[in-house]
Design a protein around this ligand. Structure first.
Ligand code: KG4
Ligand code: ZN
Length: 352
């Protein structure tokens, strides 16, 4: 008994903190996670990348059908990994949007059914808020005011976060997301989907100054992004080059594409930090895995004296731990969601 109490005091997280089970099925990853007081006890992810690869992008109908058979084994794996039973879960959560409607419905319906069956509250969570707060998962200081850059396959936005739930949108992309820019230009180079990691890998052996590619809206004086011009420039540049490209030329093209995307992301993020006066920069989403972006941000943050918080690599692409983390914060603030609520493919981050 005394030993158990001692261990209890050693732990950061009181065992009485609520256990949250969350599902994330907004796009092509089926994910289930269990958290307690912000600590991730289990995070299970089943990716559909191989399924969509032959099509060069996500096929919505295939995505939603493939979530369904994954959900039950992932819930079983998550409860086993966390060492808990469903009856012990205090609240169930799911991503309500933004995302693919037919995919969102799977996770939502399952979480609501579990909430109903176990007589526990349900929480509908915004996927973007999950990404935004993911750099703070496991952080001893919790969520702190920051400038947040969310860079994923579907989204690119800069947000001034004054605390959990207090967001002001600084700017977003006017067309493609940064991840889409990586994926679409990679496709032009004949690289498999998703192209971001492929470009990252090949760029390491290339010259970033080999091709002069546009950094859309870099000098616009606001926090908007545009990546469609980059796509067009890569198309025209490739049309004037031998097809297929030699390996060194392909590496140069990858390094130049990466430099164009990273250049504008870093420059606007630093400008946003200066504009808001925040000294913490939080970066999340699948593109935040990019090695060029990570090193450029680290260098820029160090020279500006900023505290850079990057989401842990396992929490950058879509995952349910970030959804459970937000749900835990909401629940602690006394919020729950009605079971009648619908999913919303265009759900916006509530901003001021
Ligand atoms: O966060 P995520 O799962 O997407 C959305 O929620 O929308 O991120 C997926 C995106 C893809 O576009 C993928 O190419 C990109 O993240 N990505 C990368 C890297 N790893 C993943 N982009 C550039 N470099 C990487 N290393
Ligand atoms: Zn995402």
């Amino acid at each position: 008994m005394a030993a158990a109490l001692f261990l209890h005091f050693l732990s950061f997280v009181p065992v009485s903190a609520p256990l949250i089970l969350a599902l994330e099925t907004s796009c092509d990853e089926t994910a289930v996670a269990i958290t307690r007081g912000g600590e991730v006890l289990a995070s299970e992810i089943s990716s559909q990348i191989a399924l969509h690869q032959p099509y060069g992008g996500v096929v919505p109908e295939l995505a939603s059908r493939s979530h369904l058979p994954q959900v039950r084994p992932l819930i079983e794996a998550a409860t086993a990994a966390a060492g808990v039973t469903l009856a012990e879960i205090d609240a169930f959560a799911a991503t309500a949007g933004p995302g693919l409607a037919s995919s969102l419905l799977i996770g939502n319906t399952v979480a609501k059914a579990l909430a109903l069956a176990c007589d526990r509250p349900f929480l509908a969570i915004n996927h973007l808020e999950g990404h935004l707060l993911s750099p703070f998962i496991g952080s001893p200081d919790g969520v702190i005011p920051c400038v947040a850059l969310i860079v994923s396959g579907g989204h690119t936005l800069l947000v001034h976060c004054r605390g959990a739930g207090q967001y002001h949108l600084l700017g977003r992309t006017k067309d493609d997301a940064a991840g889409e820019a990586f994926d679409k230009t990679a496709k032009m180079l004949g690289l498999p989907y998703p192209g971001g990691p492929q470009i990252d890998r090949l760029a390491r052996g290339g010259n970033p100054a080999a091709f002069d590619l546009p950094q859309g809206l870099r000098h616009s004086g606001d926090f908007s992004f545009s990546f469609s011009g980059l796509k067009t420039a890569v198309r025209y540049t490739l049309d004037a080059l031998p097809n297929p490209l030699s390996a060194p030329m392909q590496a140069d093209m990858c390094a130049s594409i990466q430099a164009a995307i990273v250049g504008v992301l870093v420059s606007k993020t630093m400008a946003a930090a200066a504009h808001t006066g925040e000294n913490v920069v939080a970066v999340s989403g699948g593109v935040s895995l990019n090695s060029g972006l990570r090193s450029s941000l680290a260098a820029a943050a160090a020279s500006a004296g900023l505290d850079l918080r990057l989401a842990a690599p396992s929490l950058t692409t879509d995952n349910a731990a970030m959804i459970a983390f937000v749900a835990g914060i909401r629940l602690a603030a006394g919020h729950t969601s009605p079971l009648e609520g619908d999913v919303d493919p265009n759900l916006a981050l509530v901003t001021a």
